[in-house]
Each structure stands twice: as C-alpha cells, then as structure tokens.
Design a protein around this ligand. Structure first.
Ligand SMILES: [Zn+2]
Length: 61
C-alpha cells in the first residue's frame, strides 16, 4: 500500500516527501475528506483553487 500524504500548502494528495505542484515539503497525514478533480477548469476546481487535475483533501488538520 502506498503511503499518501497531503500537502499543507495546496492540499494535493502526494506520494513522497515533496509536493509536485508547489514543491512544498510541509506534509500531513491528518485530513478530512478527499475530492478527485478531473478537470482543472471545473467549478469544483475553481472553488477549491485547484490548478491541476488530481486528488485533493478538503481540509488539512
Ligand atoms: Zn503542494
């Protein structure tokens, strides 16, 4: 099983220690809710301020 973390900066779910989106290394394993963004142009993505498709957490703790 892959160990996943969430970037505290942009809330993207990442595998590894560096976020591929914002290059942050500030990760957490505690979050509430996840959302899959298929289209970065969708209203969901805009509402979450997401710039790329992927999996994101709704709220980091
Ligand atoms: Zn990030």
């Amino acid at each position: 099983m892959v160990r996943e973390k969430a970037c505290k900066n942009c809330r993207r779910i990442v595998e590894g220690d560096i976020c591929p989106m914002c290059k942050s290394t500030d990760m957490t394993r505690s979050w509430r809710g996840t959302v899959v963004v298929f289209d970065a142009e969708s209203e969901i993505a805009k509402g979450m301020n997401v710039k790329a498709a992927g999996r994101y957490v709704i709220e980091v703790k």
